[in-house]
Design a protein around this ligand. Structure first.
Ligand code: NAD
Length: 361
């Protein structure tokens, strides 16, 4: 008789998301070729009003493959903006969207894809990572709804570090730490798996190496490449596995108090990590190792502080009396977190983040 197999210590589900990535300085030169590879010939280009000139440059590069530009992308994808962009796509009979910009612009392309199924080609110019995820978000009446749908995952992503040279240092730093946050929470995700953990750890390493160089020399292409590479890995991590307390808290703070996205991630991350550290020791060892620090929480705090990033929620415009409201909201809907989420614990976390205190360990 066969004896039963020993209990597996390693058990996971890994699902690869299908997307094509073209990475490198000058990769933007392939944009027309990449649109054609999607079998598309009427590409609607999307951008923010601030990035109108890069949108116009894409239209020029696409030539006959362009169906014009919609330059009204806005933070958090308000539904009225999504509706206007969908209407434009219908009117010009677009057969694909080319989104050039940060998470807000990619988010607008996803809103179009969600209802039309049009393929998206994303050209990220920040480190937010949305281009690698099937996650969409729409804001209506001040409330942000998010969901997952394979239709919104960009089919092709062109990463050209030359496009990030214009990203101001302050936004580069906070956007890069936003990418580190995706990697950190992937390491203690309920869906954590060995492939994504390798990717996430490497992402933290690349960003920890690249960001200080970007802060010192924003025009250095090697530093920009290394950082964008880390941001890609952050996006892969975010797209593949579920996030936890840190992302939920930032979502609440951003949505309820209108705090800026990347800066809020930067301030909250060391405190969310300090909260979760006792419950996720292996993940914390990997974070600390990738940061080259003794501890994950203090290493993240010191990285942000050394790069001149904000370290307190107060500096982002939050008011002290909002801490209790934020703590109430954070425990309203239960979700997975390695350490149980209690109101008292979250309140203390928020109090520390509000004042910008360095975690104790
Ligand atoms: P953003 O897209 O709002 O861009 C911020 C500003 O920077 C804009 O004015 C933009 O025009 C400008 N900008 C972008 N790149 C630039 C460059 N290279 N040079 C100069 N200016 C530049 O900011 P973000 O942090 O990239 O995205 C934040 C949004 O993305 C949030 O709404 C967030 O919720 C969403 N997001 C979604 C996902 C997802 O998976 N769905 C992931 C990450 C972020």
């Amino acid at each position: 008789m066969l004896t039963s197999a020993p209990k597996a210590v390693l058990s996971f589900i890994y699902e690869a998301l299908p997307s094509r990535v073209v990475f490198g300085a000058g990769a933007l030169d392939t944009v027309a070729e990449e649109v054609a590879k999607l079998s598309a010939s009427r590409a609607l280009v999307l951008c923010t009003p601030e990035q109108r000139s890069v949108g116009a440059d894409i239209v020029l590069r696409l030539g006959a493959l362009s169906a014009g530009v919609f330059d009204g992308a806005r933070m958090h994808v308000p539904v009225e903006v999504a509706e206007a962009a969908r209407e434009r796509a219908r009117r010009v009979q677009a057969d694909c969207c080319v989104a050039i910009g940060g998470g807000s612009t990619t988010g607008l392309a996803k809103a179009i894809a969600l209802t039309s199924g049009l393929p998206v080609l994303a050209i990220p110019t920040t480190y937010a990572g949305s281009e690698m995820t099937p996650i969409w978000g729409l804001t209506e009446g001040g409330l942000k709804k998010t969901g997952r749908d394979p239709r919104v995952l960009p089919r092709t992503v062109i990463y050209d570090p030359a496009l990030t040279l214009s990203l101001p240092v302050a936004l580069s730093v906070t956007s890069g730490i936003n990418a580190i946050a995706h990697c950190v929470e992937a390491l203690y995700s309920k869906d954590a798996n060995p492939i994504i953990s390798l990717i996430a750890e490497e992402g933290i390493r690349a960003l920890t190496d690249g960001l200080p160089k970007v802060a010192k020399q924003p025009q250095n292409m090697d530093a920009r490449s290394r950082t964008l590479y880390g941001a890609w890995l952050g996006g892969v991590s975010l797209g593949a596995v579920g996030m936890a307390l840190h992302h939920k808290l930032c979502h609440t703070l951003g949505g309820t108090f209108n705090l800026p996205h990347a800066e809020t991630h930067t301030v909250v991350l060391p405190h969310a990590v300090a909260y979760n550290a006792p419950a996720a020791p292996e993940a914390m060892d990997r974070v600390a190792r990738a940061l080259g620090a003794d501890s994950a929480a203090t290493g993240l705090y010191d990285l942000a502080a050394s790069l001149g990033a904000p370290v307190s929620l107060e500096a982002l415009g939050m008011r002290g009396e909002q801490i209790d409201q934020a703590a109430d909201l954070a425990v309203q809907n239960p979700y997975y977190n390695p350490r149980p989420v209690t109101r008292e614990g979250v309140r203390e976390l928020l109090e520390n983040a509000f004042h910008g205190r360095r975690p104790e360990r």
